[in-house]
Write a protein that binds this ligand. Structure first.
Ligand code: TRP
Ligand code: SF4
Length: 401
């Protein structure tokens, strides 16, 4: 298998806030140091729920890309693109739909959950039912190995793995597979070929998972020696009787964001308790200054309890041990006032946002920079997507000439 490739998408349905930063984007910035990363604007996904307000999507696309760049997503390390600019996603979605049992989609937990939650919208559409499959196409088309997702999206990755398995099972059986696979084994050279055969036997006869892993890494190391087609055959030959055309991705679980909002609930647009990523300083200051505190602290002389105060939750995200100690002591003894207590939080949020605002300014001043980053990213993504589609079309017998 190739090196780990990370893919993730985000829906453009409004401006990003500090909850997105602490929950998702910080993680993207870390991953780009370690993996080959693809991050995309999931505009078609946004249409599955916002089909009647496309103007929101249109407004959010470029702002969102600027937000990504602002937090430090680096176009020199990660490929950034827009889903609808790579129409191959739609083609793969369509082709996969031919082999997707409707019941699998109806059983994806987000399907019923979201319909119940978003009651103001009619989500009885074909597009909404199919959206996990579109997500599968997004992932499989890049042969991504790792997909960072929150807990709620794990079933989508599981679903994607099942679709990949089903596809390989149905279409991976080229005629003469066994002979071709054996010929490919020979190309490894006699020593490696012998090792491959041993590992394969150990896996198939004794179910030895370690042997399977060793065989896969053996193929990893031989990347330069064998063609893509032979590698797919050798991978498929290990586990079953067919060629591996689509790769099963792994979910990379991102810890749920505990970023509290201005009212102590989780920060979320629907609770109206957010601070946006690039919100201006005066507005941030005002929002925090007017945050509710422990309701028992009516007068300055009343003692308070940080456990009952949303400001304390922000201290837990932003403050060091000394400051937290100062809050605990000062609040419980009424030696500090709430405005005083909020100041270190205000300072910390502003300090966090400062480099974001500065980086964003560069792109706001020169929008062609952003356009170019995305157009390079789309081009790179399309090349990879086209490769996979060539294999998929061939496997499905669509190579008429
Ligand atoms: N479905 C994801 C969400 O709603 C966004 C998404 C679309 C995605 N395609 C993806 C995430 C592929 C990871 C990989 O948040
Ligand atoms: Fe909350 Fe700080 Fe006021 Fe205590 S002093 S109630 S922790 S804002």
């Amino acid at each position: 298998m190739h090196v780990d490739r990370v893919l993730s998408g985000m829906r453009p349905t409004g401006s990003l806030h500090l909850g997105h930063y602490h929950g998702v984007l910080k993680n993207w910035v870390e991953m780009q140091q370690e993996y080959e990363c693809f991050f995309f604007v999931a505009d078609w996904h946004a249409l599955t729920t916002h089909y009647d307000t496309p103007q929101i999507i249109e407004q959010s696309v470029w702002d969102m890309v600027i937000d990504w760049l602002a937090v430090g997503v680096d176009p020199a390390r990660a490929t950034l693109f827009i889903q609808s600019k790579v129409p191959e996603h739609a083609e793969l979605h369509l082709l996969l739909s031919m082999i997707t049992p409707r019941g699998w989609l109806e059983r994806v937990p987000t399907y019923k959950d979201q319909q119940e939650k978003l009651t103001e919208k009619d989500l009885g559409t074909y597009g909404f039912l199919g959206y996990p499959l579109l997500q599968s196409a997004d992932i499989l088309i890049y042969r991504a190995t790792q997909v960072p997702v929150g807990e709620d999206q794990v079933p989508h990755i599981e679903f994607t793995r099942e679709i990949a398995r089903r596809f390989n099972h149905i279409y991976g059986r080229e005629s003469g597979f066994e002979e071709k696979a054996k010929a490919a084994v020979k190309k490894l050279g006699s020593k490696k070929a012998k090792l491959y055969d041993e590992l394969r036997t150990r896996y198939q006869e004794q179910g030895d998972g370690e042997a399977l892993q060793s065989a896969k890494s053996l193929l990893d190391e031989q990347q330069s020696l064998i063609s893509m087609g032979d590698r797919e055959r050798l991978l498929g030959y290990l586990e079953s009787g067919g060629k591996m055309i689509l790769f099963e991705p792994h979910a990379m679980l991102t810890a749920a964001s505990k970023m509290p909002g201005l009212d102590g609930q989780k920060m979320s647009k629907s609770y109206n308790n957010t601070i946006s990523l690039r919100e201006d300083e005066a507005s941030v200051t005002k929002k925090i200054r007017t945050m509710p505190t422990d309701p028992a602290r009516v007068r300055r002389t009343d003692v308070g309890n940080p456990d009952k105060c949303p400001v304390w939750q922000l201290h837990q995200v932003y403050s060091n041990e000394d400051t937290k100690h100062w809050v605990q002591q000062g609040c419980r003894s009424a030696r500090i006032g709430c405005i005083e207590c909020k100041q270190p939080v205000i300072d910390a949020v502003l300090a966090e946002q400062k480099p974001m605002r500065e980086r964003a300014q560069l792109y706001l001043d020169d929008p062609t920079l952003v356009r170019n980053i995305i157009s390079d990213g789309c081009e790179k993504a399309r090349k990879l997507a086209a490769e996979t589609m060539r294999d998929v079309r061939e496997a499905m017998g669509l190579n008429y000439s």
